[in-house]
Design a protein around this ligand. Structure first.
Ligand code: DGL
Length: 255
């Protein structure tokens, strides 16, 4: 197989990174993709950094053994914990991480208030603190760790009374005083409708999926390994839990 035809490997703590995969397939429909969701070990965001590093290394090793030409860490938590380590381990492979879309949210307009929803791990790591330092003088930015939120997406529950109640519990203090929300965990874009229902349609949501897809394409082009073929690529879903998660993955990919 030619290098450019090799698949791009994605991984996440579960099915959330499919939001990033979706944006990447839209931008590069002719590439081949393998998506690995580690639903058996989800969530990552409440684990220790050491545990998430070990899981990330195991996921990357598995993808490399399948012959991928690039790795996308489609998880904010695993990016904070393990991106540098994976770049050292695979110096010849592009390793692309995700980060909360604070920059586009802050630059969207002058003033106002931005809320960043993410896992404890993402908000606690130095990578995030450095990102926040760059933009915190430009408008009011508030941080909200959301333990328990990704689990709804893992269960395939994206809308309805129960999840709405949960989201309302997280966001009720922010109603009426936040105009933009950064979805700083790759699971949360699947809850966009529910978040808007709770916060109001006028709240503007930002996620890192498109930016990550653009960075992936830039890196592939830079290394001359983008697939320039005209045919639609293949997408393969793998999951550490069971068959139901593969079905859920396909459902989320097409929703
Ligand atoms: N999808 C993940 C992220 O972007 C992680 C959620 C979790 O495993 O806690 O942070």
């Amino acid at each position: 197989m030619k290098n450019c035809e090799k698949p791009i490997g994605f991984f996440d703590s579960g099915v959330g990174g499919i939001s990033v995969l979706r944006d990447s397939v839209n931008l590069m429909p002719n590439e081949n993709f393998i998506y690995f969701g580690d639903s058996k070990n989800a969530p990552y965001g409440t684990k220790s950094v050491g545990e998430v590093r070990d899981l990330a290394v195991a996921n990357a090793e598995m993808l490399v053994s399948l012959g991928v030409k690039a790795i996308v860490i489609a998880c904010n938590s695993a990016t904070s914990a393990a991106a540098e380590l994976l770049r050292q381990k695979y110096p010849d492979l592009p390793v692309i991480g995700v980060e909360p879309a604070i920059k586009p949210a802050v630059l969207y307009k002058e003033g106002g208030s931005v809320l960043v929803m993410a896992t404890d791990m993402t908000l606690g790591e130095n990578k995030f603190k450095a990102l926040l330092d760059k933009y915190k003088g430009m408008c009011n930015i508030e941080l909200l760790p959301c333990p328990g939120l990704m689990e709804w997406v893992e269960k395939g529950i994206l809308e309805g009374e129960e999840v709405e109640k949960f989201v309302d519990g997280l966001l009720s203090d922010y109603k009426g005083r936040i105009d933009r929300i950064v979805l700083g965990c790759t699971h949360y874009p699947f809850l966009s409708k529910t978040i808007k229902k709770v916060m109001g349609e006028e709240v503007v949501l930002f996620d890192g999926g498109e930016g990550t897809a653009r960075e992936l394409l830039r890196r592939l082009k830079g290394m001359n390994i983008e697939n320039t073929g005209k045919n639609k690529g293949e997408i393969k879903f793998l999951n550490s839990k069971n068959e139901d998660e593969i079905e859920l993955s396909k459902r989320l990919f097409s929703c």
